[in-house]
Design a protein around this ligand. Structure first.
Ligand SMILES: [Zn+2]
Ligand SMILES: [Zn+2]
Length: 210
């Protein structure tokens, strides 16, 4: 499975596209204007990829800004953890807080949580429930390709903020230690903001976790 990242919107959010050469899963569509939408659309087309599924790690606005466009363009509704629905419903208000226009995102019809599998052809991602930054935060773990899409849980040398509604520092640290650290030191972490890292590097060097 190939993993490609795009950095979008004023929050410099990472949108991830997972593909198997013909089909794709889009995670956290952050595209917020015509240019960003075109960058993603053009790249998918150039690579002959049809997006089949849209998954949200959590429902902060920087991760959902492109949901309306994904529905219009590809007919996909977001799939997410049920516990982040209140945040999704607050998207317009979150936008006002940060001075970013965020039309109400489309309502999910499918919810995913711990132990569920997200499939792409013969590939499989496991859903990990990792609350703390947001109450319904999930991560996507590829056992076979040794990577995890961590959203805003774990960053290179940092962790997600916990001062937003539904955030809790103790819960976040537990999620990282109990759910992400056991995946293995070699595992690559594709973060919701900033560069990639590995579980091993963060165990050794992350000032919040040493
Ligand atoms: Zn967030
Ligand atoms: Zn974010």
């Amino acid at each position: 499975m190939r993993v490609t990242g795009f950095t979008f919107n004023p929050f410099q959010e990472n949108t991830w596209v997972l593909d198997n050469g013909t089909e794709a899963i889009v995670v956290d569509p952050g595209c917020s204007d015509r240019d960003e939408e075109e960058r993603l659309r053009h790249w998918l087309k150039e690579n002959g990829l049809v997006p089949r599924q849209l998954v949200l790690t959590h429902a902060h606005i920087d991760h959902v800004l492109g949901c309306g466009w994904m529905l219009e363009t590809y007919g996909l509704l977001p799939e997410m953890h049920r516990a982040d629905l209140p945040l999704l419903h607050m998207a317009e208000r979150q936008g006002e807080m940060f001075g970013v226009r965020c039309p109400a995102p489309p309502e999910p019809q499918e919810f995913i949580g711990e132990g569920d599998k997200v499939r792409l052809g013969t590939h499989e991602l496991e859903v990990l429930f990792v609350p703390g930054h947001a109450p319904g935060h999930i991560a996507l773990w590829s056992r076979e390709d040794r990577f995890v899409i961590s959203g805003d849980v774990l960053f290179q040398r940092s962790i997600g903020r916990t001062d937003l509604p539904g955030g809790d520092m103790g819960t976040l640290l537990t999620s990282i230690r109990m759910k992400l650290f056991p995946l293995g030191d070699d595992v690559v972490v594709h973060c919701g903001h900033g560069p990639d890292t590995t579980i091993g590097a963060e165990k050794r060097l992350n000032p919040f976790l040493r």
